[in-house]
Design a protein around this ligand. Structure first.
Ligand code: CA
Length: 350
């Protein structure tokens, strides 16, 4: 078997779970394979409305899978084109349907190519890691408010992890007409293990614990173990995990065709390019650990109770500030008022 087909035998596994608190899983993921030796993994973590997050993440995985099916000539160009199409579809659908208004999603994709090369695309705060030689490394940069602050040395990682604005994204798919995508290329070595995940995993489980599982278990078992660990930590968010294991020798996975748990999904739907076909991205195992005590968002899909509370607090604060300014002027102190900051309007993870 030639090296050009190495990636076909890269062993992969995916698992997505609603978590222990929420009633809806707004995460989506997909695995896709091309005969030319390319393999694509993708995780998307949706947000907005009681329907929107699910729709946005599914539409994004579908769009990227469809562009992939057309073939890959230029890997980096393919990833940009695919994410751009996903952004366009989610944005237009959000504008056309008031129930979906404001929806968006993260997206992180790993493209494993022939010739031991791999590419990553990322928008938002889902992550890609690589474990090599016993060392786990984050390959993507989070596009979140707290991690911008960390990069600018205004917050520590510890502060970011518990910050009230930790769910505020600075970039997401489908919220604006254009999207800025981080695309990077990385090398690939035999024995490398790649991990893609939503923040439902990395926000709850320490990197060292993730590394021990990724290195110590087969991919099919590891994805389940990691989801279990996030649930045992409270499972406050949806959890999605994908692992790709590069064989240590070419041909390691050739015997008996593809390994168990391998889901070579194809999304070929000729003539369906203008609509969002009802394609289940993958036969990804899905578990449902719903907690009936969870308070679901309002049935009309408009403002959630948290959002209303935020607006109410902002309105009261503005009135108080106005009163203070009026007093200051009346006193003739001449002190200038602090500008009133607008109510938070950034997309918050649900
Ligand atoms: Ca999440």
């Amino acid at each position: 078997m030639s090296e050009a087909r190495t990636s076909v035998y890269t062993r992969t596994a995916s698992f997505t779970d609603v978590g222990s608190v929420r009633t809806v899983n707004q995460d989506s993921c997909g695995e896709f394979v091309l005969d030319a030796g390319y393999r694509l993994l993708m995780v998307a973590d949706g947000m907005g409305g009681h329907l929107g997050g699910e729709v946005a993440s599914q539409a994004t995985v579908e769009a990227v899978g469809q562009v992939f099916q057309r073939g890959v000539d230029d890997p980096a160009g393919f990833l940009r084109e695919a994410f751009t199409l996903a952004n366009k579809r989610v944005f237009e659908r959000s504008a056309a349907d008031s129930n979906l208004h404001g929806m968006g999603t993260t997206g992180v994709a790993l493209l494993i190519g022939p010739g031991r090369r791999a590419w990553l695309a990322n928008v938002g705060d889902s992550r890609a890691y690589r474990s090599r030689g016993g060392r786990l490394e984050v390959l993507t940069q989070d596009h979140s408010w707290v991690h911008e602050e960390v990069r600018n040395n205004r917050l520590t990682l510890e502060e970011a992890a518990v910050h009230p604005r930790k769910n505020v994204l600075t970039r997401s798919i489908g919220v604006d007409p254009v999207v800025d995508v981080d695309v990077t290329e990385t090398d690939l070595e035999p024995g490398d293990r790649f991990l893609l995940c939503s923040d439902g995993l990395w926000g709850e489980v320490a990197d060292a614990d993730i590394a021990a599982v990724v290195d110590g278990q087969e991919p099919e078992q590891a994805v389940r173990t990691l989801v279990d660990m996030a649930n045992r930590a409270g499972g406050p968010d949806n959890i999605t995990v994908q692992i790709a294991l590069v064989p240590s020798r070419i041909g390691d996975y050739e015997a008996g065709s593809t390994p168990a748990g391998d889901s070579d999904t194809t999304l070929s739907e000729p003539g369906a390019e203008d609509t969002l076909p009802r394609v289940d991205p993958v036969d990804i195992p899905y578990s449902d650990s719903n907690d009936p005590d969870y308070e679901a968002p309002g049935p009309d899909g408009s403002l959630s109770s948290m959002r209303l509370l935020t607006l109410a607090v902002a309105a009261v604060s503005a009135l108080l500030l106005a009163a203070l300014v009026w007093f200051a002027i009346a006193e003739g102190s001449g002190s200038s008022a602090t500008p009133v900051s607008a109510a938070q309007d950034e997309p918050a993870r649900r």
